[in-house]
Design a protein around this ligand. Structure first.
Ligand code: ATR
Length: 255
């Protein structure tokens, strides 16, 4: 039986095992996908898998252990999907594809928009890369540690004052880990631009960031589409076979 996993720290909440295991069942593939919680990154146990996804906080750290990186993973400096071949790790970034599909599904590609990315960690960098390379949007970044944002672009807004600029933006995306475990928002939202759209790439059901924006009449989108499409792309990398997106969406309804 082939073995796959998601690795990260304190990730018992992850629904990736449900998505992949139900999808394996649907396609009658003899494989299992586990949740592997690691206090610190350990490499040897990972060699027993045929592939794994990487989440908070190891998306950057895993790079040092990769034999080869895809073009995107190399440029972003973050890996969320690894294929294991002969004990060697091949690193990919499927968050980029996942986020692009979220934009497609929610009709956010057509007109040029002013976009604010909150967060310049592993996930934030993938989202920024996607926006920069595959859209015409005008993209700004804010991050608590400003140097990380400045590594991406000169269009940086200081995290301390960003709340004052929210009404300048058409699309605002939370790519921080704030809100994943606790009900907190990374920034204060007091006013929004007319027809603004708020995206939280985290898929946990109750996002304070989105709830506040919704109360101010903004459109809100959670990270569910991104989660499904990054999982589909990971499957395709591991199995060189098309994923069944419908079955992946269906897995959550069942799980
Ligand atoms: P991931 O791979 O999921 O992006 P990460 O690389 O650890 O995880 O990045 C976490 C992101 O959340 C970073 O943008 C981080 O900001 P810093 O780079 O300044 O650490 C952001 N973040 C974490 N805790 C935060 C907090 N309390 N307030 C604001 N941003 C926070």
């Amino acid at each position: 039986m082939k073995r796959y996993a998601v690795i990260g720290r304190d990730i018992a909440y992850s629904i990736s095992p449900i998505i992949h295991n139900e999808h394996f069942k649907f396609l009658e593939i003899d494989a299992i996908y586990e949740c592997f919680d690691m206090k610190k990154l350990e490499i040897n146990p990972l060699k027993t898998y045929q592939g794994f996804n990487v989440t908070i906080p190891y998306k950057e750290q895993i790079i040092n252990n990769c034999f080869e990186l895809s073009k995107e993973a190399k440029e972003i400096c973050a890996v969320n999907c690894v294929k294991v071949v002969n004990d060697q790790f091949y690193g990919y970034n499927t968050d980029v594809y996942g986020f692009y599909q979220l934009l497609v599904k929610n009709h956010l590609l057509k007109e040029e928009k002013k976009v604010l990315v909150i967060g310049a960690g592993g996930a934030g960098k993938a989202v920024y890369y996607c926006l920069l390379n595959y859209t015409k949007h005008d993209v700004y970044v804010t991050n608590k540690t400003i140097d990380k944002a400045l590594k991406l672009t000169s269009k940086v807004i200081s995290f301390d004052v960003v709340s004052q600029y929210i009404t300048d933006f058409d699309i605002i995306i939370n790519c921080t880990s704030v809100g994943v475990k606790e009900r907190q928002s990374p920034i204060k939202i007091k006013q929004v631009k007319k027809n603004a759209c708020f995206i939280d790439i985290n898929y946990q059901s109750k996002s304070l960031f989105l709830d506040v924006a919704k109360k101010l009449n903004a459109k809100t989108i959670n990270g569910f589409d991104m989660l499904i499409y990054q999982a589909a792309k990971s499957f395709e990398i591991w199995f060189q076979k098309k994923a069944n997106i419908k079955a992946m969406y269906e897995s959550i309804r069942k799980g």
